[in-house]
Design a binder for this molecule. Structure first.
Ligand code: B12
Length: 468
């Protein structure tokens, strides 16, 4: 049997010294708990946002949270001579399924992390390497994170639980928007409720033992309104735990799509009321564009009425904070559509105190339909396919440019070929970021059109700008 060290790499925008982005490593800990439960040999679980980690295992298992982590994880793996790299996370599916450029061997995952990289998302591959029986790996939805939590020292757990944590509640999304890189197109699936309850009770007890008085949780669900019956069931569990612990507070925030929110409000308003009663204080709505044409092109399924209604109802009927997740600047947008996105955000900000969260759409994120070239012929042209293939080649040849794919980063030639569109997106994104209450710290562009000195300066300016 081979041993494994689970390692959270330092955040791409962490300062050179001191703490990086300290945040519960839910994806990594879920993977670690499954291996522990299956009888695997887990040498350690460590987080380089807290301190440097010297891996002791035969292999090092790393979570790739998103595309901006690719350069950091690559350099970490390069420094681990002799250790077998195992990489997991949602982005890995997008990289494992695409063969690399002509002239390069294997999948994109291998091009980026070496020919011997193990795909941590693939149980057969993972178990074969570790020498464990795949049949013993618990189903992801039945996995408790307690085996991993128990390996985290009190000192470190205090650091995590005194900040916002991420809570694994459900996965999947029935929609499949073109630009989204999450695992979508499958019905939302909840974790086993007994397991979620057991984990939440554990976290409350652990927090109390550390002298903490509250838990602030970011729910993992991509759209909390897709399965309102189940959301209500979870809400009642949280309410019960709160009742049993009267001096302890539980707060939550989540994401939702406007059409599902409007439907839940019509058919199951109780679910929304109960989750608010349980402590939900904010919903981030994926508005993701300002015109019907943009929503249609991206298969977003939004209407302006649904977007307005969900924001209005969140504030006025349910009394909590709406956030506007505005992923915009999609390819083919015009000044008119970008301005519509700004105007919408501004109006909702003024009327309902909605929190602006501008993000710049990056079509070619591993996992998206654009990255996989998985679009219908009537959705794209040969010229656009060639343009995307060229930009993907730039990324694969110089992986430091994966930093451009951060949604908080302003556009460059890697993300948007058209310089006029880049200038317009820059202007409107900055205007949204100036609205009161904005929480996005926009990052300067990175691309081959900038000098090396500018690249270094940009990296310096990125420090500490962690997205939420
Ligand atoms: C919590 C969260 C965060 C937290 C980070 C928490 C942390 N440190 O882990 C915060 C708020 C900080 C965050 C930030 C960002 N996030 Co985020 N985040 C999430 C969220 C909501 C939940 C993650 C989670 O807990 N999932 C539950 C676990 C159990 O599932 P999992 O991740 O799929 O992992 C499974 C497997 O992949 C595998 N696995 C995972 N890692 C490993 C490692 C090993 C070794 C092994 C063997 C297996 C393995 O095992 C797990 C169990 O099966 C997801 C949405 C979602 N539902 O996943 C987005 C998500 C992961 N985030 C995403 C993105 C893009 C980001 C950002 C990059 C956004 C940006 N600004 O561009 C930033 C990071 C900024 C940066 N510059 O790098 C995308 C990733 C998409 C992609 N394919 O690239 C997601 C899917 C959201 C989306 N709709 O697009 N995020």
């Amino acid at each position: 049997m081979k041993s494994i060290s689970f390692l959270q790499s330092r955040h791409s925008y962490a300062p050179p010294e001191g703490q990086g982005h300290v945040y519960t490593n839910t994806s990594l800990w879920t993977a670690a708990s499954r291996v522990i439960e299956a009888g695997g040999d887990v040498a350690q679980i460590c987080d380089e946002n807290l301190r440097y980690c010297e891996p002791e295992g035969d292999a090092v298992g790393i979570n790739l949270l998103g595309a901006p982590y690719i350069p950091t994880v690559r350099s970490k793996i390069e420094s681990l001579l002799g250790k077998r790299p195992i990489v997991g996370g949602q982005i890995v599916n997008g990289l494992a399924e695409v063969q690399t450029l002509i002239g390069q061997q294997g999948s994109q995952l291998q091009t980026l992390f070496g020919q011997n990289v193990v795909n941590g998302n693939n149980d057969t591959e993972l178990c074969a390497y570790l020498g464990i029986d795949p049949a013993k790996m618990p189903d992801v939805l039945e996995t408790s994170l307690i085996p991993a939590y128990e390996r985290i020292s009190d000192e470190d757990m205090y650091e995590y639980l005194s900040r916002e944590i991420s809570f694994f509640l459900s996965r999947g999304c029935a929609k499949r928007c073109n630009f989204c890189a999450a695992q979508c197109g499958t019905k939302e699936e909840y974790r086993d409720f007994n397991v979620s309850e057991k984990d939440l009770r554990y976290l409350v007890r652990r927090a109390q033992s550390l002298g903490l008085k509250e838990l602030d949780m970011y729910l993992s669900s991509l759209d909390i309104m897709q399965t309102p019956d189940k959301l209500k069931r979870f809400a009642l569990i949280v309410q019960r735990i709160k009742k049993e612990n009267p001096d302890f507070e539980i707060k939550m925030r989540g994401l939702a799509g406007a059409p599902y929110f409007v439907k839940a409000n019509r058919k199951n308003p109780d679910a929304i009321r109960e989750i608010v009663k349980a402590g939900l204080y904010s919903i981030g709505f994926g508005v993701d564009g300002g015109t019907p044409e943009v929503w249609k092109r991206e298969r977003k399924g939004n209407t302006e009425d649904d977007c307005i209604d969900s924001i209005l109802l969140t504030r006025e009927k349910y009394g909590i904070t709406p956030e506007i997740l505005m992923v915009f600047g999609h390819q083919k947008e015009t000044e008119e559509s970008l301005k519509a996105a700004l105007d919408f955000t501004k109006e909702m900000n003024e009327k309902y105190d909605a929190v602006p969260r501008p993000h710049i759409a990056k079509d070619i994120v591993p996992g998206s339909r654009y990255w996989a070239n998985n679009l219908k012929d009537n959705e794209t042209t040969d010229e656009e396919r060639a343009d995307r293939a060229m930009r993907i080649a730039v990324l694969m040849n110089d992986p430091d440019y994966f930093l451009t794919l951060d949604f908080a980063r302003l556009p460059s030639s890697v993300s948007h070929s058209d310089p006029i569109l880049r200038r317009l997106i820059d202007k409107y994104a900055k205007s949204i970021a100036e609205l009161p209450g904005n929480t996005t710290q926009l990052l300067d562009p990175i691309g081959p059109e900038f000098s090396n000195a500018k690249f270094i300066e940009t990296l310096r300016n990125d420090i500490g700008k962690f997205d939420r």
